[in-house]
Design a protein. Sequence first.
Length: 231
Amino acid sequence: MHSPVIDLDLSACTGRVLVAADVHGSFSVLDRELEHIGYAEDRDVVILIGDLIDRGHESIRCLEWIDRPGRYALRGNHESDLEGVCDGRISKEDHVEDGGAWFHRLDDMQRSRCRTALTALPIAARVLTPRRRRVGLIHADLAGSNFWQFCSHLRYGDYRSEKIAMNGRSRFNAMRQGRGIPNISDVDHMFFGHSPVPDPVTVGNCSWIDTGLPHSGQVSLVDVDAWIDSR
């Protein structure tokens, strides 16, 4: 059984730790941005924080790309929905309407491989960066304000915590409404996707970096240590 939480000690990384969210099958946009920022495959580490698939036309290319050393991905609501389609909890029609038509064009073996790859993805990551920052990554949200405690709930298979991690927006909505949100403890900084913003936004030690692919045509690749330095 794959762990829902991955611990990544990247303190020995000689390059950058780069994070992006919600690529949504738009591999060419991601690839173009990686080239633009001078991505070095032998030094940099890239972590995609959920929703690699659906809506765009290159979901398979996204899955193929992450299957290499130095590249990681987390599970988002679209990866969870694909599993729901395979289990019969979500109809094919609803899945197609939400951008999943690519999956239903595959043959049985290809669908099985995709499902296996996506259900193996962790839900959250705890990262130690080259500058020894403790960083938390999750697709959507977390309950409470202690990341370690929330990860413990995920490790125990708590269904409510999984739903919040992949679908929640309470913290984001509070931020957008101008209500105060507490800092997340047990990390120096926390990165989320799932909730589209025109440009990455930070409040306290929380940042949202989903810039609305494929509709926006833009993906934000964030250099984690440089981002924290600039706050």
